[in-house]
Design a protein around this ligand. Sequence first.
Ligand code: SDX
Length: 431
Amino acid sequence: MAETNKTATLTIDGQSYELPILSPTAGPDVIDIRKLYAQAGVFTYDPGFTSTASTDSTITFIDGGKGELLHRGYPIDQLAGQSNYLEVCYALLYGDLPSKAQMDDFEARVTNHTMLHEQMVNFFRGFRRDAHPMAIMVGVVGAMSAFYHDSTDISDPWQREVASIRLIAKMPTIAAWAYKYSIGQPFVYPRNDLDYASNFLRMCFSVPAEDYVPDPILSKAMDRIFTLHADHEQNASTSTVRLASSSGANPFACIAAGIACLWGPAHGGANQACLEMLREIGTVDRIPEFIARAKDKEDPFRLMGFGHRVYKNFDPRAKVMKQSADEVLDLLGVENNPVLQVAKELEKAALADPYFADKKLFPNVDFYSGIILEAMGFPTSMFTPIFALSRTVGWISQWKEQLDDPQLKIGRPRQLYKGETLRDYVPIDKR
Ligand code: SDX
């Protein structure tokens, strides 16, 4: 963030304060208010952080008005079309796309960390079979700090690197095992001769009685879904990871906190909620009823998979996801999937409705992802775990960036207090 000679003048009770303006390489300028409370004795007020930059970063840039998403400067549609998930992981973690030698080394390190400590099998078995896979992921990832003691010291750059690779490598195994456990099938171990996405699909769908060889089109679609969810600036779960890490918590605890935050239906849980909504709508003729409900201020119902805090245009990930949906459903011969028909008609109807156009509510990343995942054979309960698996590299990259920041301090927001002012205790027999 570059200092500029521009300042913002704030006047309170006749007293003026000059606040420095910092300029980014892209996006809006920011007003530096770090000294505001010390100088003026006032806080700023921004619940939900709609106008607040919590950090500077060089990883991901979003232009919500243009519907633009860049990872280390590379546009998401080019990465989704020409790169692959592990290569995007490398760029997010280390700052740029790898050379062939760097990519081979990185892929080998990830491949050789995909297995879980065998003792963790017992940890999985402590859950009820009907536990939501996200509950299992939060628990198991948090428990990794009890199994991998040699990569919890965040002051050691080598341990930070090992923890990063372990989390990226083991998340598919954890997600697949959470799925297998929930359907009562035996765990399938990762294999080193499969690429990242194929390994995950095989761990999910192979059984001892019959191996599963993923179709290359499905592996590519899976890899693309991972890429489209990899990172997204300072979203709620990434901000959770950064806040947890600012206290010095170990990486596994921080990522478990991010998984917990992602679970919510307003965030990563929207893909599950969206598919459940499309199924509840059921047929195209019921779309007007649900659009009316989404517009009704008295009705808490919202169109899942629509709207975004930052995008006030099409979410660029939704565009790529829509292409993948057509490819996968065509391959699987379910292009007439009734849920997809409802999704496409709902999108058309909503975008033609002034309510959504005026509020700039467009389909987001979660609108089409659930349709692809369902067509691939995943239950809706696995949609958010797949989002969490994909986002692990984003959380880790942002976690690393924050730990490398010399001005790092514990995150501790203040408040606008509206409670009782000082008063004396009244004994119960006098109340
Ligand atoms: C993700 O932050 C990220 O980057 C997240 C994410 C990532 O990659 O990390 O992109 C992933 O979380 C995508 C979003 C998934 N969530 C959903 O699809 C759930 C449905 N969407 C909404 O809950 C909502 O759009 C949010 C939470 C996503 C964003 O809401 P905002 O920006 O906080 O704005 P808001 O809730 O205040 O809505 C503004 C207006 C309101 O109307 P008014 O009060 O101004 O009259 O738009 C309305 C809202 O009622 N509105 C909707 C709507 N979303 C917003 N109305 C109907 N349906 C919707 N989906």
